[in-house]
Design a protein around this ligand. Structure first.
Ligand code: NAD
Ligand code: IPM
Ligand code: MN
Length: 344
């Protein structure tokens, strides 16, 4: 019997809806699994009630868990950025989630917008702790015609190297052994050339990996016209954010896309979360697809070294996708169907 000390942050919007289903599936998955779950009330409700986004004491409690499952963060009733930065990014930065792993796979039978996508199976290794996300910037003469706003992208040799090396290692463990790095070094020459030199240098340690480079704009052409060409993609925090929403759309929709905010050295808990957000446009309707969160649980199990259960969950998702008809199902119906599959 394996024990998991799991922290759950359902968060805002559809977060609690999809997390409920994911926990249902986790519960059904493992008879050999003893999951002790602590739920944390963080997000819009708490902010309205107390003004807090993520108190230090809660951050330290979260640190004591093996792993975190997060739903989504962000609410139209809270100024944009307050929860995203104060809660979600604070967790990623504090727990040093420098590898933001976002796989895209087209499983047989899934509906995609592409007529003939081919065999799509790639993973984006998105840097998670640097880039324009660090909050290095400011405004002068705010709300005047002369306002000046800056957001400085911070890229350190240390930060770029560790994520690039992680991506090479992942490429090395995959059959196709390809790495594409995406940037915009024709314009962003400072950060871009640090990334370029780093990929070249670390790449010498991995002579069997075929490396190619794409400017981010052109990469988006290939993402839509021939996504099967990609194996491992490595890129910075902001490009990775944008690239992975398109990747999700191509591979069957944002409701299917899973992710892990990973601390590879395990000096703090990693966090698993759908790629999507709180979807205020559909909240409360019971129609959010919980599949992305369920697949994030599979990544969580893999991370914890329980690959057989991860596989079971992935198989359930694949079978469910293959058998989807045209009748839309409700959030709970999809969760029930997946739970039934993993427990059978
Ligand atoms: P979003 O991902 O919430 O929604 C984009 C579109 O996808 C919407 O039409 C939504 O209905 C749809 N969608 C998303 N998840 C779905 C699901 N599981 N099933 C079916 N449809 C789904 O992105 P947004 O609208 O740009 O952002 C809304 C809020 O979420 C903002 O506050 C944003 O900051 C936040 N956000 C949070 C995260 C996160 O917590 N990781 C990620 C992205 C956005
Ligand atoms: C994501 C989200 C977040 C990001 C936001 C909400 C901070 O879009 O997880 O993709 O940009 O990383
Ligand atoms: Mn995003």
């Amino acid at each position: 019997t394996q024990n998991i000390n799991l922290a759950v942050v359902p968060g805002d919007g559809i977060g609690p809806e999809v997390v409920t289903e994911a926990l249902k599936v986790l519960d059904a998955a493992g008879t050999d699994l003893k999951v002790s779950t602590t739920e944390y009330d963080l997000g819009a409700r708490r902010w309205h009630a107390t003004g807090e986004t993520l108190p230090d004491s809660v951050l330290e409690e979260l640190r004591g868990h093996d792993v975190i499952l997060l739903g989504a963060v962000g609410d139209p009733g809270v100024p944009s950025g307050v929860l995203e930065r104060g809660l979600l990014l604070r967790l990623r930065f504090a727990f040093d989630h420098y590898v933001n792993l976002r796989p895209s796979r087209i499983v047989p039978g899934v509906q995609t917008p592409l007529a003939d996508p081919g065999e799509v199976d790639f993973v984006v290794v998105r840097e998670g702790t640097e880039g324009p996300y660090v909050g290095n910037g400011g405004v002068l003469r705010v709300d005047t015609p002369h306002e000046i706003a800056t957001e400085v992208s911070v890229n350190t040799a240390f930060g770029v190297e560790r994520v690039v090396r992680d991506a090479f290692r992942r490429a090395n463990d995959r059959p196709r052994r390809k790495l594409t790095y995406i940037h915009k070094h024709n314009v962003l020459v400072h950060a871009g050339h640090l990334w370029r030199r780093t990929v070249e240098r670390v790449g010498r340690e991995f002579p069997d990996i075929a490396v190619d480079y794409m400017h981010v704009d052109a990469a988006m052409i290939h993402m839509v016209t021939n996504p099967a060409r990609f194996d491992v993609i490595v890129t910075d925090n902001l490009f990775g954010d944008i690239v992975t929403d398109l990747a999700a759309a191509v591979a069957g929709g944002i409701g299917l896309a899973a992710s892990g905010s990973v601390n590879p050295e395990r000096t703090a808990p990693s966090m698993f979360e759908p790629v999507h957000g709180s979807a205020p446009d559909i909240v409360g309707q019971g129609i959010a697809d919980p599949t992305a969160t369920v697949s994030s649980v599979a990544m969580l199990l893999e991370h914890l070294g329980i690959p057989d259960l991860a596989q079971k969950v992935n198989d359930a998702v694949a079978a469910d996708l293959a058998s989807r008809g045209d009748t839309p199902r409700r959030t709970t119906e999809i969760g029930d169907a997946l739970a039934a599959r993993v427990s059978s």
